[in-house]
Design a protein around this ligand. Structure first.
Ligand code: SAH
Length: 233
């Protein structure tokens, strides 16, 4: 998919973004290709794939969820900025916090921030399960290719305000993962709000799961990563 086709697709989906968005994505994409030769950021290597499998993919939930009406967003395990940096560029109203446990990814993200003049993004180097001081802080928490759904819920729901939304970007196994997450949702005070089924132009199936945080998550969550992995909710 070319940038021109991305622009058309977003119009078709009624995802309306500031006029400079595509120009900023072009800069982001060329930096991604350049940096990927130095540090491993993505397995998606050519520009046409980056446009579809990173930019379009990250923006899809905008079809069913009004990002433009919220304030604070946290992206867990952002890697090269997906979806958090993309959403920060697309929705300048958001205050986006990108979280990742690997410090070297932030060198790349710093450069994207400065080259694309992204003012509404800040960085948190650390583990999602250790963000105790951010409990109930965010209107939106996002995660893509991060972990199994119960783990995303355990890290993400405690960070959401009551009434806030967690957006888990999933692939074709999304529905099965949802079935296996009832216990986690019940314990953490979340409820499924929307299940978005979509296909990327190349055919990849995407299932995005949007959850509402209805009740305060018990203070013992999230547990340590060791406990989470040994005994998933
Ligand atoms: N969201 C990105 C990257 C996915 S790879 C994308 O969709 O392309 C998963 C990322 O999560 C890696 O960058 C890894 O460093 C980070 N990560 C793994 N466990 C983490 C944790 N407990 N807290 C924060 N980041 C974590």
């Amino acid at each position: 998919m070319t940038f021109e086709q991305l622009n058309q697709k977003l119009t078709e989906l009624e995802i309306l973004l500031p006029s400079e968005t595509i120009e900023k994505f072009k800069i982001y994409s060329s930096l991604l290709c350049e940096w990927n030769e130095k540090i491993n950021l993505t397995s998606i290597l050519n520009e046409e794939e980056i446009v579809e499998k990173h930019f379009l993919d990250c923006l899809l939930p905008g079809q069913v969820f009004a990002f433009s009406k919220r304030t604070n967003l946290c992206d867990l395990g952002t890697g090269a900025g997906f979806p958090g940096m993309v959403l920060a560029i697309a929705y300048p109203n958001l205050k986006v916090t990108l979280v990742d446990s690997t410090a070297k990814k932030f060198k790349f993200l710093e450069e994207v921030k400065s080259a694309c003049n992204v003012k509404n993004v800040s960085f948190h180097i650390g583990r999602g399960e250790e963000m105790k001081s951010f409990k109930e802080h965010f209107d939106i928490v996002t995660a893509r290719s991060f972990s199994a759904l119960p783990n995303i819920l355990e890290l993400g729901l405690p960070l959401c305000k009551i009434g806030g939304t967690l957006v888990a970007y999933k692939g074709e196994k999304g529905k099965e993962e949802l079935k296996g997450s009832e216990r986690a949702l019940d314990k953490l005070g979340g409820r499924l709000l929307n299940l978005q089924e979509a296909s990327l132009p190349s055919g990849d199936k995407r299932i995005n799961l949007l959850f509402k945080k209805e009740k305060k998550s018990p203070s013992r969550y999230p547990r340590t990563w060791g406990e989470i992995v040994a005994h998933p909710l």
